[in-house]
Design a protein around this ligand. Structure first.
Ligand SMILES: Cc1cc2nc3c(=O)[nH]c(=O)nc-3n(C[C@H](O)[C@H](O)[C@H](O)COP(=O)(O)OP(=O)(O)OC[C@H]3O[C@@H](n4cnc5c(N)ncnc54)[C@H](O)[C@@H]3O)c2cc1C
Length: 420
């Protein structure tokens, strides 16, 4: 197969929420962008579908409201925490005063909204079935990358910036020699879906019994997305014990789900495994390269922040790239150009991770004293207005996006989904 050489302003490796939104926002500003996505379609594996409220606000400000409304989504009104069969805490998302609540929309639909909007701009090119293989380096700076297409052909892409938006196991990060401090959490996760009973409503639930728990998320259009924790490296033993034993554990954790589990959870193929870790990446950039989304900071699933931080990365990075390209100080966008972005985003990510670790260690309590203390702590918190301050500090932190950062994107962007 013949090789090809392509020139673009920005090459984004990975067309997930971070890469697709960033590509769209850059193209909106007249910047040429190639998004290389390894998958051949959007029907990707089971993953994050919750968009936190502040990101919903941001997406609406950017003009995505009609497209979100046109597709449909499920608002989540609050979360209830149950421990050892008792309701101990409830957080009503409508009381945060953000103007939106978290919404659930399938990730393929969200990415398609970004791609469709991007394709209205001349400079936007999203290529499926295109895999990053290696970086092109010259005089210590990244000058592009080699990609491989499904037909076996290779493409040499020359770019002024390569963005690694290729997720939690980022190959771009590795190729650039940027190291990740991977911290395994004590437990992993197994997820599955069940039909949502009509009486369930639009509330998320965290159902805890000692050191086992279920996260139950109402999911668009009519299901429940359920995750249950398991001790690290115990999937093999769990499978050996048989699927019925697993179903019994789930049904015992939340007897309300028992009939649904019996009827709809049939085989291990109905479940998907998620390894839980955080990845701290001290250095996110080099001259000619920057990491965003999960590639630069992998969160745990607690409070569903992964898509949220990916969206924020894209929104905050867009004006930085635009300014650096316009200033034309160097052949590539340098790490000095992106330094402030990195500092600001690392601070936010560290805060989210700290909060997630505290929650994770509370969930891991198995001993009687620890379980009693945990219940007492959350019960006390439940009656204090402080709980809205604490949860709001994480859930609504994205409000730190400066509306001034969005001004240019709002001005340049067409009203998405309105058929302009
Ligand atoms: C099972 C699961 C459930 C989750 N639940 C939630 C949730 O409820 N809420 C939430 O906020 N977050 C959740 N997350 C996390 C969330 O999905 C991620 O944080 C979010 O998708 C990160 O977006 P991203 O664009 O940075 O990376 P990703 O979504 O991982 O996208 C990276 C993209 O890069 C592509 N890619 C990888 N390697 C290459 C390569 N070599 N060449 C080209 N392309 C490549 C991949 O195919 C992928 O499309 C969940 C994650 C998982 C795995």
């Amino acid at each position: 197969m013949s090789d090809q050489t392509v020139q673009t302003d920005v090459l984004i490796v990975g067309g997930g929420p971070a890469g697709a939104l960033l590509g769209h926002l850059l193209a909106r500003r007249g910047i040429d962008v190639l998004v290389a996505e390894r998958q051949t379609s959007l029907e990707r594996e089971f993953r994050g579908e919750t968009i936190a409220a502040p990101s919903v606000v941001t997406l609406r400000r950017l003009g995505f409201g009609p497209a979100l409304d046109g597709h449909g989504y499920l608002p989540t009104e609050g979360v209830t925490m149950r421990m050892e069969g008792r309701r101990v805490m409830h957080v009503d998302y409508r009381r945060f005063g953000v103007g939106e609540v978290p919404i659930d929309i399938p990730q393929p639909a969200l990415i398609k909204i970004f791609i469709d909007a991007g394709q209205r701009h001349r400079g936007f090119d999203y290529q499926f079935g295109t895999t990053f293989t290696r970086l092109i380096e010259q005089d210590g700076a990244i000058r592009g990358a080699w990609l491989r297409r499904r037909d076996g052909s290779s493409v040499e892409v020359r770019a002024r910036l390569v963005v690694g938006a290729d997720g939690r196991f980022s190959k771009v990060r590795h190729a650039a020699g940027l190291t990740a401090d991977v911290q395994q959490m004590a437990r992993d996760f197994l997820q599955f879906r069940l039909p949502r009973p009509p009486q369930w409503g639009q509330q998320a639930e965290l159902v805890i019994n000692r050191d086992r728990h279920l996260v139950v998320l109402p999911t668009f259009p009519d299901s429940l997305r359920i995750g249950t924790n398991l001790p690290k490296r115990s999937l093999g033993a769990l499978r050996k014990a048989g699927f019925d034993a697993f179903r019994s554990v789930v049904a015992a954790l939340d007897p309300r789900l028992a009939p649904l589990v019996q009827q709809h959870l049939r085989t291990w193929d109905d479940t998907s495994f998620l390894e839980i870790f955080t990845a701290e990446v001290p250095q996110w950039s080099r001259d000619g390269l920057i990491l965003v989304g999960d590639a630069s900071h992998t969160c745990t699933p607690i409070l569903g922040q992964g898509v949220n931080v990916a969206i924020q990365d894209a929104v905050c990075l867009t004006p930085v790239i635009a300014a650096a390209l316009a200033a034309d100080r160097a052949p590539v966008v340098t790490s000095a150009d992106t330094a402030e972005f990195v500092t600001q985003r690392q601070r936010h990510k560290a805060f989210v991770t700290r909060f997630q670790r505290i929650q994770e260690s509370a969930l891991a309590q198995g001993g009687t004293v620890g379980v009693l203390l945990r219940r007492a702590r959350y019960r006390t918190l439940d009656v204090l207005p402080l709980k809205y301050r604490i949860f709001g500090s994480v859930l609504n932190a994205p409000h730190q996006i400066d509306p001034a950062d969005l001004a240019e994107d709002v001005r340049t962007g067409p009203a998405v989904g309105t058929g302009d």
